[in-house]
Design a protein around this ligand. Structure first.
Ligand SMILES: Cc1cc2nc3c(=O)[nH]c(=O)nc-3n(C[C@H](O)[C@H](O)[C@H](O)COP(=O)(O)OP(=O)(O)OC[C@H]3O[C@@H](n4cnc5c(N)ncnc54)[C@H](O)[C@@H]3O)c2cc1C
Length: 509
């Protein structure tokens, strides 16, 4: 007899993790499975912004912008270590949207979404301003506030919270088939080793992102809605300017491109938007996209990046709800549910943004609420994510100073990274002996934490998803991490830890 869960969540991206967390906290018995690592798909391929999406105002997506801005406030409160307020500089120049249009958009942006803790937008003369320094022809511009986040870490700590509240999280475990039988969903899950197991659930949640239609097929459900898959790539280059602010650059095709500070020494530039068909896990950047991003920055910056400066790149596939909009840019970023109740319920999620994941989870549970009447009330808006509690006044900066003081061996740079990545849980990581040092402030204690608490199994999980240390490590250092991983991981159905950078990405220095 297979175990019976209240909820089977298929997909360990941000939306699946958020639903599992919310449901577990409401007292439901939850199983989440992902065919790969957590956040290995779209949820580590984003622009890493918690934002309202200024641009969506142009398309009249007011509901989405309002909800996103309200969520930005909630996330600042519940994940203060991960969500970082950032000033965005929006320079104006020939070919830009008119000053009045931008001003009106920012006016609305400041007012939608209710109470806000970030400063309002303002006009700024960039000619005699350090914010104008990287620009070719600094002139008038605007500054507004939004937030950055490490998308993969946000997903993983959301899953951690779900697990701490009783959810079972199975990574590298695919849903291969599911059918309705005896008033339940009977699902077959398959590990990477090909070993299978059967489980039963009262409700099936399909949070498979770009694979949502594939999972519908595996559950023998009709697809009443469809997805528009849009590929988006980012490049990472050596830091293009000093300062912790970002730029929103208007391109001559009416698109916008962000330049965002990334991991101390780098700048993140993105994104492209191209229609995509095929296997989402095979999506990769091409030379035209790199040229496009370099040119978009070159319209504004005196020293734009060149293709040969690209140190790393990544590509995500947006699973947008197909609303028949003319272009990929105009297609809605809002989410839509498809609830099939022709037997035990199945809820499928189409679309969504990183920013709205928590609210999406609340909405999803409301939709299935009548099938799970014992479920508790909504709670996630008030409860901090792991590492977000017990921060000293002054939050991350104060925590980093405390860690550097209490653990002088790790040094200020690592203390800062640990405070930002793990929040107050960094104290637990540093509590015992640090163990082997792999370089760049990465110690055995942190590696063990990632394996034991965050489901990391391979070098890619560790150096490119849960940390971005792959950017600074040399190949020999990554090899040492791989060797250590293969020693400490329990024998299991895991692929051998490869020390190379993930396929399609630039390798270690
Ligand atoms: C280029 C780009 C930039 C973006 N920028 C932003 C931004 O700045 N801010 C923002 O708010 N949003 C942004 N987004 C949107 C955001 O990233 C996505 O909406 C979000 O990550 C989608 O999460 P998800 O959980 O629905 O899907 P995913 O993260 O793709 O997760 C789906 C998971 O389902 C798993 N899965 C699939 N099939 C199966 C199966 N059979 N069995 C088990 N598991 C399965 C997959 O392995 C995958 O991990 C961006 C997206 C892209 C592509």
């Amino acid at each position: 007899m297979s175990e019976i869960y209240d909820l089977l969540v298929v997909g360990g991206g941000i939306n699946g993790a958020a639903i599992a967390r919310d449901a577990a906290g409401r007292g439901l018995k939850v199983l989440l499975c992902d065919k790969g690592d957590l956040a290995a798909a779209t949820s580590s391929g984003s622009s890493k912004l918690i934002h309202g999406g200024l641009r969506y105002l142009e398309h009249g997506d007011f509901r989405l912008v309002r909800e996103s801005l309200a969520e930005r406030e909630v996330l600042l409160r519940i994940a203060p270590h991960l969500v970082r307020p950032t000033s965005f500089v929006l320079p104006q120049g020939p070919g830009s949207r008119s000053r009045w249009l931008v001003r009106a958009g920012l006016f609305l942006y400041d007012r939608l979404g209710g109470a806000r803790s970030l400063p309002g937008a303002r006009r700024r003369d960039l000619r005699h301003d350090m914010l104008g320094m990287p620009l070719r022809a600094p002139g008038a511009g605007f500054i507004y506030a939004d937030c950055r986040v490490d998308d993969a870490r946000l997903t993983i700590i959301t899953a951690r919270d779900a697990a701490e509240r009783g959810a079972r999280i199975l990574t590298r475990t695919a849903l291969v088939a599911s059918q309705r039988e005896g008033g339940l969903w009977r699902a077959t899950l398959q590990k990477e080793s090909s070993e299978t197991c059967a489980i039963a659930a009262r409700v099936l949640v399909n949070a498979a992102g770009p694979w949502v239609v594939d999972v519908l097929r595996r559950a023998d459900l009709p697809a009443h809605k469809s997805l528009r898959l849009v590929k988006g790539s980012h490049i990472v280059v050596p830091r293009l300017y000093e300062g912790d602010h970002a730029y929103l650059l208007q391109n001559d095709d009416r698109r916008i491109v962000f330049v965002i500070p990334f991991e101390r020494e780098f700048s993140l530039v993105g994104t492209t938007e191209l229609p995509f068909a095929g296997d989402p896990s095979a999506a990769a950047i091409n030379e035209e996209e790199i040229a496009y991003l370099c040119q978009a920055v070159g319209r504004w910056f005196t020293r734009p990046p060149r293709a040969e400066d690209v140190l790393w790149h990544y590509t995500g596939v947006r699973p947008l709800y197909e609303d028949r909009a003319r272009s990929a840019s105009a297609a809605t970023r809002d989410y839509v549910f498809d609830l099939d109740t022709s037997g035990p319920p199945a809820l499928s999620i189409f679309g969504g943004k990183l920013t709205t994941h928590r609210r999406l989870a609340e909405h999803a549970l409301t939709r299935v609420g009548r099938y799970l009447p014992e479920m508790g009330a909504a709670w996630t808006a008030q409860s901090r994510l792991p590492g977000g509690e017990d921060l000293p006044p002054g939050d991350v900066a104060a925590l980093a100073a405390e860690l550097a003081r209490d653990h002088p061996t790790v040094g200020a740079t690592t203390a800062q990274r640990l405070a930002q990545s793990y929040g107050s849980e960094a104290r637990r990581i540093l509590r015992g002996p640090l163990g082997q040092h792999f370089g760049h402030g990465f110690y055995e204690a942190e590696l063990r934490w990632l394996v034991e608490k965050e489901w990391a199994q391979t070098v890619e999980d560790v150096l490119w998803r849960r940390t971005k240390l792959g950017l600074v490590m040399i190949a020999a250092e990554a090899q040492q991490v791989a060797a250590f991983l293969s020693r400490i991981r329990p024998p299991g159905p895991y692929p051998e830890a490869a020390a190379g950078a993930p396929a399609g990405q630039t390798a270690y220095r």
